[in-house]
Design a protein around this ligand. Structure first.
Ligand SMILES: *Cc1c(COP(=O)(O)O)cnc(C)c1O
Length: 366
């Protein structure tokens, strides 16, 4: 094991990959999503007396937790999802990582956890990508990065914990949906909700996902790929999918996406899509959109496309929409033209193919 120092704060302990070069290259040909992992991880600790300390890149290995660790009982846990891309010329790029760092800090604050300084977050992610750069697939695939943080104080009293672990792991990924560019089908959930006003809907916390799984299981049972949630107060307004934001494209040059306001996760893909769509001359309305309006607009032909978006899937067209009272198609049920174009535009930016006029990509020095 070699110990070097990449920066004043992050120690690097390397180990020889347990996987041969040939095995790694073979695994990278069809990585799937979230089941293949790289050789290293980042760890840092927070205690009340020392603050954040002991940040390091170490060989990836199981974590040892006290069974009384607060996260196992009261779910103080948050995470991020971002990707590192390999350009055709070999450069390694991150997409708007400062936004992930900022959102991670905001999620921490909402969950009464100590925010990871944005500089430490960025350095940690970059250090891991550099150490495990042999695991970044080329072509359409990428290296999915999962920074996360949890309470590990061994204490069963109910209050914010006084010890935390920040960790970053990395997973080479291919397409999120098995069908590729095929449109996804949605189940409209009218019983279970994802987030309520005043709750944690805008924080990227594991608890939101735990709360969404029974609805996602219901969607699968109904033969749908994903669930779309309505608001918790009236069960009337479209919110988002379990892990993706949603957009509606109209035939009059306008687009609608539900407004942020505490119950919707402020997606970085969502924010980027708004900029790109406005540059194309679309009028993007961030306003409440009811399920009734969605049905009417689909029936009248006003709604021409709908798509879901997030880091993992980038953009996915919405085809079939199924609900308790029946089902309908958006457009012809296929991924729409604007959806395909925006998806391609984003991927080209992320992979450094097109000129980054927005300053969204961040080069990781080799
Ligand atoms: C992460 C996430 C998104 C998408 O956010 P991106 O920054 O675009 O990846 C949307 N909704 C939920 C609930 C999420 O957790």
């Amino acid at each position: 094991m070699t110990v070097t120092s990449a920066s004043p704060e992050i120690k690097i302990e390397l180990h020889k990959s347990p996987v041969s070069d040939a095995e790694r290259l073979q695994a990278l040909e069809a990585p799937g999503f979230g089941k293949l992992f790289t050789d290293h991880m980042v760890l840092a600790r927070w205690t009340a007396d020392k603050g954040w300390h002991d940040a390091k890149v170490t060989p990836r290995r199981p974590l040892e937790l006290d069974p009384a660790s607060a996260v196992l009982h009261y779910a103080q846990e948050i995470f991020e999802g971002m990707k590192a891309y390999k350009a055709d010329d070999g450069r390694i790029l991150l997409f708007r990582p400062e936004e992930n760092a900022r959102r991670f800090a905001q999620s921490a604050t909402r969950m009464a956890m100590p925010p990871v300084p944005e500089e430490l977050f960025l350095k940690a992610v970059e250090a891991l990508v550099r150490v495990d750069k042999g695991w970044i697939p080329s072509g359409d695939a990428s290296l999915y990065l999962r920074p996360f943080m949890f309470a590990n104080e061994a204490f069963l009293g109910v209050r914010p914990a006084q010890e935390y672990v920040f960790c970053v792991i990395a997973s080479p990924v291919g397409a999120y949906f098995k069908g590729g560019a095929k449109a996804v089908s949605l189940w409209v959930e009218t019983e279970y909700t994802r987030a309520a006003s005043g709750g944690t809907g805008a924080a990227k916390c594991g608890g939101n996902y735990a709360a969404s799984l029974v609805a996602q299981a219901e969607a699968s049972k109904r033969g749908c790929d994903q669930v779309v949630f309505l608001d918790a107060a009236e069960h009337r307004w479209v919110e988002e999918l379990g892990g993706m934001n949603v957009f509606f494209v109209m035939n009059d040059g306008s687009m609608v996406t539900p407004p942020l306001g505490g119950t919707i996760l402020p997606g970085i893909t969502r924010a980027s899509v708004i900029v790109l769509a406005e540059e194309r001359g679309f009028r993007v309305e961030q306003r409440p959109y009811s399920f009734a309006e969605w049905q009417e607009d689909a029936a009248s032909g006003k709604l021409v496309e709908a798509f879901a978006c997030g880091t993992a899937a980038v953009l996915a067209g919405i085809g079939l929409v199924r609900h308790a009272g029946g089902e309908f198609l958006v457009g012809d049920g296929q991924t729409g033209k604007l959806t395909s174009e925006l998806r391609q535009q984003l991927v080209s930016l992320q992979k450094g193919v097109t000129n980054d006029v927005h300053g969204w990509t961040r080069l990781i020095p080799a």
